[in-house]
Design a protein around this ligand. Sequence first.
Ligand code: BGC
Length: 421
Amino acid sequence: MKEDKNLDIFPEQFFWGASTASHQVEGGNKNQWTAWELANAKELAQTAHQRIGWLANWREVREKAEQPENYISGRGVEHYKRYEEDFDIVKQLNLNSFRFGIEWARLEPEEGKWDSAAFDHYRRYIKQLRKRGIEPFMNLWHWTHPVWFDEKGGFEKQENLVYFERFVQKVAEELLDDVTYIITINEPNVYATFSYLTGEWPPEKTGKWQFLKVYWNLTRAHRRAYKVLKTVKPGLQIGVAAQLANIQAKHPHSLLDRFSTKWMRYFWNWWFLNRVKRHQDFVGFNYYFTDYYRGMIKRDNPSVPLNDLGWYMEPEGLYPLLLRVWSHYKKPIIITENGVADSVDQYRQWWIEETIVAMERALSQGVEVHGYLHWSLLDNFEWKYGWWPKFGLVEVDRENGMKRHIRPSAKWFAERIKNIS
Ligand code: BGC
């Protein structure tokens, strides 16, 4: 008998899990991002005030944000070495699934040369998940790739897709014996925007045309990966991790606000997914944002509550988004990321509670939600912001032996889901 009536609505097989990405936790990576970090850390530290000085918590984060080391992924949180300890924590938290990335630059450090030790590592890694009864969700590409691929122009050039395809083929042949769920690509819209439109991320390009080419090529990369993977192992369940926002009109009766909303929903949420809809077995998406639009595509969000990164928080916005995703694609949905930057753990429990309610409401409307993977298991390297933002269910003390401490909100979450996983 389940103790908690409300949770009865969740299917017996529901995936309760946590998410990570190789570059953000492993440590010791050598890819195009690490190269960029080393070249830019000093400048990022010097310009921190200019970029994020407006944050309400600036005084607390200032010391870290003004140190160049903050911007170097370096030893990560040593997840590459300590994964067994981390999987024990996953178990302790009553989670039954785990999303992780494999690092292309480790597996193919030089063009066409495979590193068998890296393949062995990930094979052992997956076995250790299985041994604990944790379902692996393997992510193939989360914004990082080998330097040699980047030097050839990365995803900007259609002819480079053969390299990605070859990588996927090799992974399919070598690593998938114990894997059923695959995520091919993480947040293509975010990558294309920051790396090729606003130029904030490597390779710092700012051309509309380049942006569109990359966005487009990523749809092709996914479709090709899908075909390769299905040929090698037809039973695989394949999706992407799209970045979807709950986009709403600031004034629902204003024509212009409604137009902006429609356009943003199409371009940000549906454009990519529409192009891959025949090549996915589930719809995976990451939810962090509810955004209100007014006038000519201007974002106008309430000023509270904000997380540590200054992002407006409306966790219940997941509900209307789930309804819309379901009505568009009618495929099982897996929330591949969802979480909050919250170093003192004041919002995380509330955020997860609201999220569970949003999923319950959607499930009661017949939406097939199959899983929820919280971002993140561990505090990790938050890209251009570096180390100070804290997304982990588990705090990592990088200054004291990388010690892991389970946050109170995570203990609460573990209790909440105990009877269903
Ligand atoms: C990304 C993660 C990132 C998280 C929080 C997502 O957009 O996939 O890599 O850490 O958001 O910013």
